[in-house]
Structure formats: C-alpha cells, structure tokens
Design a protein around this ligand. Structure first.
Ligand SMILES: [Zn+2]
Ligand SMILES: [Zn+2]
Ligand SMILES: [Zn+2]
Length: 260
C-alpha cells in the first residue's frame, strides 16, 4: 500500500487550521480564505496558493514542474476569500464545475481490447489542463467496501493527519457505477497521460476534495486518456484480473497468485 509521506503542505494546512478561525457547518470544516484585495491569486502572496504548495494553476493550467506522481492537494479560492471572483486566477476548477464536469472536449469510445469503454480526447489537450472531474455517489469508505461491485469506486484518500482534523473522520469515496461523469470511463494505464488531483473548491471540507483528472502530458486529438489506478486498487484486483495497458512498463501484467 502506498502511504504518501508527510509534506510541507500538510504542515501548512494543519497550522492554518490551528491558528485561523475555524468555522464548523455541520460536519464541514471551513478554513478562512486569502486576503488578496483585487489580486489575481496566482502568486506566493495568496494564502490559498500557499496551501497548494507552489503548485497552483496559472491561467487554468498546472505549472510545468507539477509532481503528477504524488500531487499536492489544491485549494482554490472560495467565498471566504477577499479576492475579486471575476479576476481570481485560482478558481479554474470551480468554474469548470459550475458548467459541468469537463475541462476539455472528450469522447467515450469502445476500446478494441479487453478494456471495455474508454475515454479519449476529442481535441488536443495541453499538459497541466484539467480534463474531467470524477463525479458520482459520495459515500463512506466502509459502505463502498461492502458493495459487490467496486470497479468504479474512487477513494478520495485524504491523508490521515488531515482526516484527524475533521470532526467526522470516516474516509469518503466516490462510486460512479450507478451514476457518474465521463471521467469514470478513463481506463488504467501503467504509463498514463493523465493524473487525478484532489482539489478543494467552495467549502473546504477536508474530507471531500473534488477528484479532477489533469493532463500530465500533452495529449493529441483522438488519444486515449488514462490514469494510474494505483497500487491499492491493484493489490485487490490483481487476484482475478490483469492489467491490459500493454505498455513496456506494465506493473500488473500478471495476476497475483497469493492472497495476501
Ligand atoms: Zn488570493
Ligand atoms: Zn483565496
Ligand atoms: Zn482568489
């Protein structure tokens, strides 16, 4: 199991929560936003950008050095911020979600192999651009684990020390089996061109970021969009299925024999 290490960002988040005014709305934990007056919120002067560990989007795209393999969580400006919502550059996913779940033109298609449906780019997408939010039914992790079909479950995987700060500590996940957005059709690849990033928009309930697929590379028109489902997924699934990504670096090309 891949347990990400504690990073600088979390220290900042934790100290924010301890030091700033914390407002509880039911189970929601809200953190005071930035104080940028009329600012564009795309610099280290903005408290929201600082929470995103120097990895905030500029003009809607993540920076070239963004660590897609272990992405920080992103904090977009919200109604508690002093900035001008029309000028703010730190609300690209918020705007995307207002219009639906897509940040790029995509199409669902039938793959040729054993992978069933897939998602592909209808137009070229530049690296760092948001592609699609993974939407579906929000439910506690134990409830998802108890479901017979879990192939569309996406764990929101908030890091344990962040979860500690919440009044309600059950981890949440999104199940897109019954209903969900186009992102659920994105297949796994061991050499993916997209990556999920957790993004907080609006209320900063630390248990429920939005899971947003970003282009981790330039993606050509017609190219399939894939992301790495992660070791946690495969530690369970590899007992009865193998990865069909067909890339030279495929890590799960064989079914695992053991039950551990
Ligand atoms: Zn700001
Ligand atoms: Zn802000
Ligand atoms: Zn802002």
């Amino acid at each position: 199991m891949n347990i990400p290490s504690v990073s600088e960002k979390e220290d900042i988040v934790l100290s924010m929560i301890k030091n700033e005014e914390v407002e509880r709305v039911g189970q929601r934990l809200c953190v005071q936003g930035c104080l940028c007056k009329d600012g564009e919120c795309s610099s280290g002067e903005c408290a929201c950008c600082v929470l995103s560990v120097r990895a905030w989007a500029v003009r809607g795209r993540l920076p070239p050095a963004f660590p897609y393999h272990d992405p920080p969580m992103l904090f977009e400006c919200n109604q508690t911020c002093a900035c001008n919502a029309n000028k703010c550059g730190n609300q690209s996913v918020t705007r995307m979600l207002r219009a639906g779940s897509l940040g790029a033109r995509v199409a669902v298609f039938r793959t040729r192999g054993a992978r069933g449906w897939g998602l592909r780019a209808a137009r070229a997408v530049r690296r760092g651009q948001p592609l699609a939010a993974y939407c579906g039914e929000l439910l506690p992790l134990p409830a998802a684990d108890a479901r017979r079909h879990d192939e569309y479950v996406f764990s929101l995987d908030v890091k344990p020390d962040l979860l500690e700060q919440c009044s309600e500590r059950t981890a949440l996940c999104v199940d897109a089996r019954g209903w969900g957005s186009a992102a659920r059709f994105a297949n796994h690849s061991c050499a993916p061109n997209a990556a999920p990033v957790r993004v907080f928009c609006g209320a900063r309930d630390l248990r429920r970021p939005h899971a947003v697929l970003y282009a981790a590379k330039h993606i050509r028109a017609g190219e399939e969009i894939t992301f790495d489902y992660g070791d946690k997924f495969w530690s369970v699934k590899s007992k009865w299925m193998k990865c069909e990504c067909g890339t030279p670096d495929c890590r799960y090309g064989e079914k695992s024999e053991s039950d551990t």
